[in-house]
Design a protein around this ligand. Structure first.
Ligand code: PMP
Length: 306
C-alpha cells in the first residue's frame, strides 16, 4: 500500500529500496516509542514538486529530536535536499513525506546512543478525510505537559491518538475531539481545531497541543483576510452548536466539521469564514499565492495573489 518493490527511501545515509530496508528489534524506538517524526506534503507546482513549509517541518523535527536528547545532527537544509531526492527517485509530485528519526539498539532507559534518519514517502491520493466530519468529545485526555514534551512530535505520544481516534470510530463517529488535562478543548488525534462564532475564529493556545504548522498558517491567513482569530482556552460546551468548526493539519488540510457530540454546527459551511480559510489554504499550498506572510506584511503584498 505504501511502497512496492521499486520504492526508494533514504535510510542510514543512503538511498535504498523500502522493501529491503529493515530496523532492529532491539531498538528503544520500537520498545518505548522513542522516535520522532514529521508529516509533510508536497504538491505538484509548475511542472515539478514543492514541499509546503518543508523547512518549518524539518526545524520541528530537529527540535523534537533535541527535546528527546537524541544525538541527531542533520541540518534542515540537508534534509530538505534529501527529501527532494527521494521524491525525484520515485517520480512523485503529489506526495506525503514521512521522515522519522530512529534510535539504535539499546534496551536501557538511557539517551539514544545513535540516531538514524529515514525519509519515506508515498503518492498522495487524498480522500483520507471527508469534508463533513462528525466528531465526539473523547473520554481520553491529551498527554499531560508535565509528563511529556507535548509540543514535540514523538512517536510514543501517538498511542494516546490511537486510543482517542479508535474510541470515536467504535462509537460511530469520524474523529475525536480531545480535551487537555484541565478539561479545555485541545485538538484532535492528529490535527488542530478551530471553531467560529460571530464570524471570529477560536483555537486552543499553545501549551497542551502540538502547535501545528497548518494552525500557524491558518492564523497567518486570518491576518491576511481580516478574520479575527483568538488563541484561548474554551470548553466543548462553548464549541457545541457554534457556527462552524474545522480540523487543520498537513494531511487533512482544512476539514469542515458537521457536528460535535451530535449537535450540528449551525451555519451552512459555504457561508462561513471557515470556508474562506479552507479555500485560501487550498490555494496557498498549491502555489496559487505568494508566501511568506512576513514579506506580505512588510510590503503589503497579498499572499493570496497568484
Ligand atoms: N496535532 C497533532 C496531534 C498532530 O498529529 C498533527 C499532525 N502533525 C497536528 C496537530 C497538526 O500539525 P501540522 O499542521 O504541523 O501537520
Amino acid at each position: 500500500m505504501y511502497y512496492n518493490n521499486d520504492t526508494v527511501i533514504y535510510f542510514k545515509g543512503e538511498f535504498v529500496r523500502a522493501a529491503e530496508a529493515g530496523t532492529d528489534l532491539y531498538s528503544q524506538s520500537l520498545h518505548y516509542g522513542y522516535s520522532v517524526f514529521e508529516g509533510i506534503r508536497s504538491y505538484p507546482i509548475n511542472g515539478g514538486t514543492k514541499m509546503f513549509k518543508g523547512e518549518e517541518h524539518y526545524d520541528r523535527l530537529r527540535r523534537s529530536a533535541a527535546a528527546m536528547k537524541m544525538p541527531f545532527h542533520y541540518s534542515t537544509e540537508q534534509m530538505v535536499e534529501l527529501t527532494y531526492e527521494v521524491l525525484k527517485r520515485n517520480n512523485y509530485t503529489d506526495a506525503y513525506i514521512r521522515p522519522i528519526v530512529l534510535c539504535s539498539p539499546n534496551m536501557a532507559l538511557s539517551k539514544g546512543r545513535e540516531a538514524w534518519l529515514a525519509i519515506e514517502s508515498w503518492e498522495w491520493t487524498n480522500g483520507y478525510m471527508s469534508n463533513s466530519m462528525r466528531i465526539m468529545t473523547s473520554t481520553y485526555r491529551r498527554p499531560n505537559p508535565d509528563a511529556f514534551h507535548v509540543d514535540a512530535k514523538v512517536s510514543g505520544h501517538y498511542v494516546n491518538s490511537i486510543l482517542a481516534c479508535q474510541e470515536a470510530k467504535d462509537m460511530g463517529f469520524d474523529e475525536a475531539l480531545v480535551l487537555d488535562t484541565n478539561g479545555h478543548v485541545a485538538e484532535s488525534s492528529g490535527a488542530n481545531i478551530f471553531f467560529e462564532k460571530n464570524g471570529e475564529l477560536f483555537t486552543a493556545p499553545k501549551g497542551h497541543i502540538l502547535p501545528g504548522i497548518t494552525r500557524a498558517t491558518v492564523i497567518e491567513l486570518c491576518a491576511e483576510l481580516d478574520i479575527p482569530v483568538h488563541e484561548k482556552y474554551f470548553t466543548p460546551e462553548e464549541m457545541r452548536g457554534a457556527e462552524a468548526g474545522f480540523f487543520c493539519g498537513t494531511a487533512a488540510e482544512v476539514v469542515a466539521l458537521a457536528s460535535l457530540d451530535n449537535v450540528p454546527f449551525s451555519r451552512p459551511w459555504e457561508v462561513t469564514k471557515s470556508a474562506v480559510i479552507q479555500d485560501a489554504y487550498k490555494k496557498l499550498v498549491r502555489g496559487h499565492s505568494v508566501f511568506p506572510v512576513q514579506a506580505a506584511s512588510q510590503n503589503k503584498t497579498s499572499i493570496l495573489e497568484p
